[in-house]
Structure formats: structure tokens, C-alpha cells
Design a protein. Sequence first.
Length: 371
Amino acid sequence: MVGQRRQTRQIRIGSVPVGGGAPVSVQSMTTTKTADVNATLQQIASLVAAGVDIVRVAVPHWEDARALTAIAAKSTVPVVADIHFQWKYAMAALEAGVQGLRINPGNIKYQDKVRLIAREARARGVPIRIGVNAGSLESDLLAKYGRPTPEALVESALNEARILEDEDFFDIKISVKHSSPRTMIEAYRMLAEKCDYPLHLGVTEAGPMPAGGVKSAVGIGALLAEGVGDTIRVSLTDDPVEEVKVGTWILQSLGLRTRGLDLVACPSCGRAEVNVLELTRKVNEALERAAIKVPLRVAVMGCVVNGPGEAREADLGIASGNGFGHLIVRGEVKGKVPEDRIVDVLVEEARRLAAEKERELAEAGGDVHAE
């Protein structure tokens, strides 16, 4: 059971509310050279198709800053400019029309420039994320604590927040990321007690799948289960689309997002009379191609022991036998399906159920893609 959500102030990154009871949003970051506008927009489109809510782009060079005008204007989700060291790039990003900034004020050497960024962001209504990472902690805090402890990360974040607050700027969200889920969890817990800003969760440098997904699920999931966290990013050494998928799965696992496909499958055992792993892979790929957006739970079970019960809990399911599968739709057994037809029949039924749900939601005046 997920704990009561931590009460925070709310900010808006473009059209996306963050904090203040808003749904937890999923972020990712492009891996293209930002100066390559077409490639960056194409990757953003792929992330949008996967369900991303906010996209961050790196701005290490002037040509990247100049490209932001076209990217921010054409992206269908809010764009956050990721700025390090160069305060001038932050100013250029604001002029380009980005919907958010991510800065680490500690690596922008001059506080007066950070204050200048805050004043310009306030004038334009653009929120700022203070992003503190273990790998970029200030030298004085490393000397004080000996290493990037949770206390050091939190002290750094709050010190930087005070610089912005001194400029009457409070449209802030904060992250205190670490590559250790345990350290990251402790840091966010501590930070949550010391401020009411919305928090951006992530295990930094989580690495490739599957380890990166597990570490992210442990760190992000533990905090979300406690009601801490308002937006997340899964940092994988992989295609950023995979980050969005894992992030969405984390939210769905906790009941914090119900959009799209939820595939339930048994792990297989000696009772299975079909190749459950191969069947599940084929079903998953076929349903992803179907691009179903409404909430839909599909179960793929390998035998008739637990299969019928589990499948009845889903919108749609199959309980496999020897050369066939029992098709179960909304709790009712609809008959047997030959093994070589299971994938096609599941996709057909999934499309039909999705269309029914869309009609029901439309008649009720709801959003078919709502969280």
C-alpha cells in the first residue's frame, strides 16, 4: 500500500504540474547532440510515444543553446535545458523558450550569475531544478563530510535553494541523486523533512539493464511507496525509451499510473505445457505494436492451476494448456484457442476491449489517457 503523498508546493513545467498532489510524472533525457534539431526532435517523439511527460536535453555548447528555440517550439512535451558551468547557456535557454531549467548552482562559480538566472526565470515563469549529484558535490562539503553522504547532499541542495530564495524565487524542485539506492533513499527522506519543494527522484548512473532497472526500482519505488517523490527519471545506460518504460512500470506497480498496457505473466515451471517465456515475449511485442493507450491488464499464464484465477483478475487473459489456451475476457471463459492463434486472438480482443473502454470513458466525459 502506498503511503499518503507528501504535501508540497506545486510548480508547472509547461503544461505539466509537478507536486501539490499532481500525478507523478516520468522524465527522460535525450542522447542526441542537441544541436542536431531533427535527430533530437525524432528522439523526443519516440519518448512521447513511450509515455514520457517531460524531456531534458543537454546544453554543453553554444550551438546546443541556439538549437533550443526550435526544439522547445516543436516538442509536444515540455523541454528542460540541462546546464552546467556556463551561466550564459542558462540565459540563452530561457530566451529560447524552454519550459524548465536544470542547474547545479555549485558548479556555476559566481553566485551573482545564479541570482541573475533566478531573476530571469522568475520573469518568464520558468521553474528551476536544483540537481545535486554525488559526483559533483562541492569540495568544501566533501572535506566536511569525507564523502557524498546523505547529509552532504541535502546540505548542498538547501544551500543552493537559499540562493534562489534570496531572489524571491520559489518555483523550485530538487534532486539529491546517488548511485547507491540506499544512500539516495536516506538523502531524499532527510530532504523531505526539511523543505516542501517537490522532489525529482532518481538513482544516478544506475547502469545497464537489468541491474540498472532493479537499482532504480528499489530506490525510486521505496520512496514513492512512502509518499515521497513528485517526478522521476530512471537513468539507464540504454536507449532512453527504456528509461520511460521502466519508470512507467514502477508507477504502475505502485498503482500510481494506470495508463496503457499492464502485462501479467507467470514465471513458468514444470507444470507448463507451452513455452511461456516465448509466448509472453510474442504477446508483449504484438501488444506494444498495437499501441494501446487506455488502461488494460492482460495475463499470460502457462497452465490451468493458477492460470484461470489469475487471468480472471485481468481484463483479458489466456490460461495455456497442451496445444491450446483458455481465453478469459473480463472474468469469463470464452472458449479454447489453438496455440498458434493465441497471440492474434489476444491482440484482437485487446483492441476490442480498448475501443470499448475509450467509448465508456468518452461517454462519461473522462480522459481516455488519464493517470
